[in-house]
Design a protein around this ligand. Structure first.
Ligand code: HEM
Length: 135
């Protein structure tokens, strides 16, 4: 079976390619927001979002595309992400961070990504989510 570790990633492919590009990232983002929309574990962060999650799905997909080394769709459309600043209108502490990561880690566990890719993404998402706290 084809196997790859993150240390080989740069020689082979970008993270974008390792996740399956647009199809893989959209599947991840859709599962992430489906979980946020339905799981009691995520009820506080669901309440922070708009009634429809379609805008959030599109924006997170576009952001992750560039963030993982693929097309910089978010920047092309909205400019520099300034993620921390864009999250300032929402009160984000440990509880909210943990709920966000609960959804993302579960979506990653259910994904078809290689285990090394899942581990790498979990670590990187945990760092970004930590940085998003503003209280
Ligand atoms: C730490 C917990 C987090 C919470 C509670 C949170 C919550 C939110 C909320 C409420 C919105 C606005 C959605 C709407 O308008 O309905 C948003 C937007 C967004 N979030 Fe998060 N978020 C978190 C972490 C993250 C992380 C870790 C990332 C990236 C890896 C991220 C990426 C984005 C992006 C790209 C947008 C769209 C920004 C824009 O253009 O307005 N968020 N988030």
């Amino acid at each position: 079976m084809f196997s790859v570790t993150i240390s080989h990633m740069n020689e082979l492919n970008s993270l974008y390619d390792l996740t399956g590009g647009e199809t893989g990232l959209r599947t991840l983002v859709d599962r992430f927001y489906d979980l946020m929309d339905t799981a009691p574990e995520a009820k506080d962060i669901r309440a922070l979002h708009a009634k429809s999650l379609s805008q959030s799905r599109e924006k997170l997909f576009m952001f992750l595309s560039g963030w993982s080394g693929g097309p910089a769709l978010y920047i092309e459309k909205y400019g520099h992400p300034r993620l921390r600043q864009r999250h300032m209108p929402f009160s984000i502490g440990d509880v909210e961070r943990d709920q966000w990561l609960w959804c993302m880690n579960k979506a990653l566990d259910e994904s078809r990504f290689l285990p090394s890719v899942v581990d790498h993404l979990k670590t990187r998402f945990a760092e970004v989510a930590d940085f998003m706290r503003n209280r």
